[in-house]
Design a protein around this ligand. Structure first.
Ligand SMILES: *[C@@H]1O[C@H](CO)[C@@H](O)[C@H](O)[C@H]1NC(C)=O
Ligand SMILES: *[C@@H]1O[C@H](CO)[C@@H](O)[C@H](O)[C@H]1NC(C)=O
Length: 513
């Protein structure tokens, strides 16, 4: 009892002291100012260039022959978009022999605006490069026969925290005095332990020097040397030096990855519980009868799955029912805004995107798409859409981007896919899919071009409500819809899209087939 009282008293005293210490240091806490411009600076670049090995002079006379076909595969930073000449003009030729067509994107702007656009784009691009390039992108060549030992990758530190740098050392060297110099532009070094016979200079600073007459003692020291970051830049460039040798390596700075886990409900017997795993999302605009057909068809197969509807109609009507969420948006906000709004309301692990004029059938087996995402590392998997004519399409596309100079990069889209997915003979890995897909909710972002890992399966099929209709068979809402949805190529909508590709994504042109 007595000792317990003592402990409590001690704890009380300790916390009062701590509180006073905190209060004392509070107003005087110094905030240092640091330069967070991301470019490592010309000094470092020069240093790196100097470190690139000079070509061996004796190698100059050794003959070699360039293989044109392989050299041609290397990026040359001077892309062009070339279309194919039109072939024979047969009916259905476009469907049977898809031709590659090329489209310049600068035509989205008036000739009088274009120079100004180019200038503004170049300025924004420069800023983007400053922000996005980190020391971890630098070319670093490891010297041969260097006595320096250091970690080449895999060391990570949390922003403003401290970590040990494992694997540091100096090997196979005969010297009177052994030294190791550390420098980092936005970090500091400390020794975590004092080792006998090792002199430390610059402890707690951006440059630290260790020296010793005894190599084993020196090698005992660095493995207990942590580094601390000054800020949350993406990577820290560390320079390690001993007499006559120099090494550079990077340490990643980042917060730990916070997992996003979804409660998938109680363990089912064999089948997936689609209601617990999937939310169906769609965007509607004026087509309430089509939307109702879609909802009715979904309910035949999935009575309790949640349906999220983003609606940007001018005079929205009420859409209600069990497990339906209807969100009304400002008039005519468009497809991307609608999709983003719908996705933001999804709380299940997966989101299925459908157009409002699709119809579920017995072939619309969402379990198959869930199975693919559960068992692979794909982020998104598309299905197939069957037209009223019976024609079924997956609209698989591969996307490649070639680097260009000031004019911008070239975007190439082609029908096709990369390879078949093992264990799923009906599914392939590709880059683009049709407007009917299941995606991991947390991975789904609108600007995910190229960063998503995409699949496509042709055995999960949704029907498309009749699209090809005679003009006199169209309802009033169909006509109004057609005006917004199928703008002519020369219209404002195409111009806006091309303008975005040109300015926002810095493409100069697009080819597709
Ligand atoms: C290490 O740093 C010290 C102090 O900055 C400097 O005098 C010395 O030349 C450096 N040694 C090497 C090998 O770079
Ligand atoms: C499936 O999940 C839903 C929603 O979480 C739940 O209400 C339902 O009871 C589950 N069904 C089964 C068979 O577990």
């Amino acid at each position: 009892m007595h000792s317990m009282l003592k402990t409590v008293l001690l704890a009380l005293v300790a916390s009062v002291v701590l509180l006073m210490a905190v209060l004392h240091s509070w107003p005087t806490r110094a905030y240092s100012t640091i330069d967070v411009r991301q470019r490592p600076g010309s000094g470092v670049e020069r240093l790196l260039e100097e470190r690139l090995p000079d070509p061996d002079p004796s190698a100059i006379s050794i003959p070699y022959r360039v293989k044109e076909n392989i050299a041609g595969l290397l990026a040359r930073n001077s892309c062009v978009c070339e279309g194919e000449r039109p072939g024979v003009n047969l009916p259905f030729a476009k469907l049977l022999f898809p031709r590659v067509s090329a489209h310049p994107l600068h035509t989205a702007f008036q000739p009088s605006q274009l120079d100004e656009m180019k200038r503004r784009r170049a300025k924004e691009y420069q800023g983007f490069q400053m922000r996005s390039q980190t020391p971890a992108d630098l070319l670093i060549v490891a010297e041969a026969n260097s006595p320096l030992q250091y970690p080449t990758q895999g060391v990570e530190v949390r922003p403003l925290k401290t970590t040990l740098i494992p694997g540091l050392g100096l090997k196979d060297l005969l010297r009177d005095v052994y030294t190791l110099n550390f420098s980092a532009s936005l970090g500091t070094f400390n020794v975590a332990a004092e080792v006998e016979g090792v002199k430390v200079r610059g402890d707690g600073e951006m440059h630290m020097m260790l020296s010793s007459f005894l190599l084993p003692n020196l090698n005992r020291q660095p493995n207990s040397s942590p580094t601390q970051t000054h800020c949350s830049i993406p990577a820290l460039l560390i320079q390690l030096e001993t007499e006559g040798h120099q090494a550079l390596f990077t340490i990643k700075i980042r917060h730990g990855v916070t997992p996003k886990l979804y409660n998938t409900g109680p363990e089912g017997e064999k089948e997936y519980n689609i209601s617990a795993l999937v939310t169906i999302a769609t965007k509607t605009f004026l087509r309430y009868n089509k939307l109702q057909d879609l909802i009715d068809s979904i309910r035949l197969y999935y009575p309790t799955v949640t349906i999220v509807i983003a609606d940007d109609s001018e005079n929205p009507r009420v859409v209600s029912g069990p497990y339906i969420e209807h969100y009304i948006m400002p008039f005519g906000k468009g497809w991307f805004a609608g999709r983003n709004l719908a996705v933001s309301q999804v709380t299940t692990k997966y989101m299925l995107w459908v157009d409002d004029d699709f119809i579920f059938t017995a072939n619309t087996k969402l379990e198959k798409l869930v199975d693919v995402l559960e068992k692979t590392t794909l982020d998104l998997v598309g299905g197939a859409v069957r037209e009223a004519t019976g024609y079924t399409s997956t609209y698989r596309q591969t996307i490649s981007i070639e680097a260009g100079e000031e004019d911008g990069d070239c975007l190439h889209m082609r029908r096709g896919f990369h390879h078949i997915i093992q264990g799923f003979p009906n599914c392939v890995v590709t880059d683009g899919v049709i407007n009917f897909f299941l995606a991991r909710t947390d991975k789904f972002f609108i600007d995910g071009l190229g960063s998503l890992h995409v699949g496509s399966c042709d055995d999960v099929i949704v029907n498309h409500a009749t699209k090809i209709k005679l003009p006199w068979g169209q309802s009033e809402s169909d006509k109004a819809y057609a005006k917004f949805r199928y703008p002519l190529a020369s219209s404002d909508a195409t111009r806006t899209k091309n303008g975005l590709l040109y300015f926002k994504n810095r493409f100069q042109c697009l080819t597709h087939n």
